[in-house]
Design a protein around this ligand. Sequence first.
Ligand SMILES: [Zn+2]
Length: 248
Amino acid sequence: MFNTTRGLILREVRYKESDKILTVLTEDDGKITARARRALSPKSKLAAATQVLTFSDITLFGHKGMWTINEAAVIEQFSGLRTSLESLALASYFAEALEAVSDEDYPDPAILQLGLNSLYALSKRLYPPEHIKAAFELRLMCLSGYEPDISACSACGETRLTEAYLHPRGGEIYCENCRPDAAVEISRAVLDAMGHIVAAEPKKLFSFTLDGGSLKKLGQICEAYMLFQLDRPFASLDYYKKINGDNK
Ligand SMILES: [Zn+2]
């Protein structure tokens, strides 16, 4: 059985002499594992299109769970990612996060689109990396069923908040009076940026503005929120922070 689809290569593992086992986020089949035969041999036509962080047209042969990639052609290489260690490290974190929230046989076009848009923005340097990272993390959580309710204090219903307190566990905000101990403070500007990330149409996701201090705060909140919800570490995130000189 043949199947053609488009997919983002999330991970590759060398297999035998010159094969690769790939994890691919596809449009039609969700996350799949596929073997690319002889993709590592110098003459392979599959080499470019089966590289990590490449979006490709792929032809799969076999059946569910045992795919082999017969043909592949590059759609978008995101070549700008490979010119900076920081960009490449952050892109690798995006790939690991996409893999973590995706399932086999459950295609999710919105999650794939978020991944592609984020890699594109990073590759073209449309926004600072920390700006793209925060928007990616929070939006990924929204698409994965963890959309925070940031419209009003979840205890008393107050909506006119000059600052709020977010509880990462439930994705709820509180006013000053109702705040639980574990909640972290967020300013109105950061709250508005979060509101934008939650609700914006995909193409406008990154179109928000924050000053440096607020962007840093947003970054801390979005990262903590994602790590709390997914409840697992990301080696690629640790690496990104290490090369970024931010070990906190
Ligand atoms: Zn309240």
